[in-house]
Design a protein around this ligand. Structure first.
Ligand SMILES: Cc1cc2nc3c(=O)[nH]c(=O)nc-3n(C[C@H](O)[C@H](O)[C@H](O)COP(=O)(O)O)c2cc1C
Length: 306
């Protein structure tokens, strides 16, 4: 089979292949670095950072579901300064693009984090807008176009030359409305989807299985929802997309790219198989070669709707 050129572009950043790892499912790479060279990956979306360190939510905070998991980890992380001082230098030992993922409770917090991360020289900043806005009574930024646009504007104003990718929440009626608002506010790329809100109840104790009552659903169960949303967003805005949600096979990655994603991220699949992103990359390369493609990028947006 001929060699396929696996390189893709994401907001002006060249990835050596389209398969990245999703924020919060790969830590800062240390554990997975024991399995393979992190330079095999297209990019690493680091664990979600906040301005100050957070302990996260009390347990139980992960529960299994049919073809997926529910989590309410609650952004446990060491804070942006510890990332810059300790984790980023670790990741910089590898030839891999580093995407820092940030969450804030106010637009100002997003701005401060963008400044610190731009100065530290990350390759891309992924702005998680599925977080409560304390000034708007805890409403998630990602559920209101005007709030999503405000955070995007502030992030862009403080990120210097580092591209800003806004991560959309699927917990909305019309994701294209949020995508348009964020694009209008200057985002350089979009990533989607974050987790879908869900709940499990223990019928004997009558208690929710998660201590926080509800959590975010991820894993193969959400793939069709994610592919549909990537497809809708790709038609609505002219921005590169990092597609994620349930990718665990090369064909899943190909679906995401045909729907319009320039690259994909593997998340929950890592918990069952730490090698999942490497396997997805190799399966994607084989699929592209089998279809006679010279470049994996030829898949992007190639779906032929009826
Ligand atoms: C345990 C866990 C922690 C996560 N933490 C974050 C996070 O810190 N920031 C973020 O933007 N998304 C976070 N996510 C969402 C994932 O990055 C991804 O968008 C989602 O899980 C869908 O992909 P998947 O089905 O391949 O896991 C987390 C997901 C899981 C399962």
């Amino acid at each position: 089979m001929p060699d396929v050129d696996m390189r893709v572009e994401l907001a002006g950043v060249t990835l050596k292949n389209p398969v990245c790892v999703a924020s919060g499912t790969f830590g800062f790479g240390r554990e997975y670095g024991a399995f393979y060279d992190l330079g095999e990956l297209g990019a690493i979306c680091a664990k979600g950072l906040t301005l100050h360190r957070r302990e996260g939510n009390p347990g139980p905070r992960i529960a299994e579901t049919p073809m997926g998991i529910l989590n309410s980890v609650g952004l446990q992380n060491p804070g942006v300064d510890a990332f810059v001082e300790t984790e980023l230098p670790f990741l910089r030992q590898y030839d891999v693009k580093v995407i820092a993922n940030i969450s804030g409770n106010t637009p100002e917090e997003y701005g401060i984090m963008c400044e610190k991360l731009a100065q530290a020289g990350v390759d891309l900043i992924e702005v998680n807008i599925s977080c409560p806005n304390v000034k708007a009574g805890g409403l998630a930024y990602g559920t209101r176009p005007e709030l999503a646009a405000e955070v995007t504007q502030v992030a862009k104003a403080h990120a210097g030359s580092v591209p800003v990718m806004v991560k959309l929440s699927p917990n909305v009626t019309d994701i294209t409305e949020i995508a348009r608002a964020v694009a209008g506010a200057g985002a350089d790329a979009l990533s989607l989807i974050n987790t879908l809100r869900g709940m499990r109840i223990d019928v004997n104790t009558r208690r929710p299985v998660l201590k926080m009552n509800t959590g975010g659903l991820s894993g193969p169960a959400v793939l069709p929802v994610a592919v549909r949303m990537v497809w809708e967003v790709a038609q609505a805005v002219d921005l590169p997309i990092l597609g994620m949600g349930g990718v665990s096979k090369g064909a899943d990655a190909a679906q995401m790219m045909l729907a319009g994603a320039s690259a994909v991220a593997v998340g929950t699949a890592l918990f069952a198989d730490p090698y999942a992103p490497i396997r997805v990359r190799d399966e994607l390369a084989a699929l592209a070669a089998g279809q006679g493609l010279e470049r994996a990028a030829e898949l992007i947006g190639g779906v032929k709707p009826w």
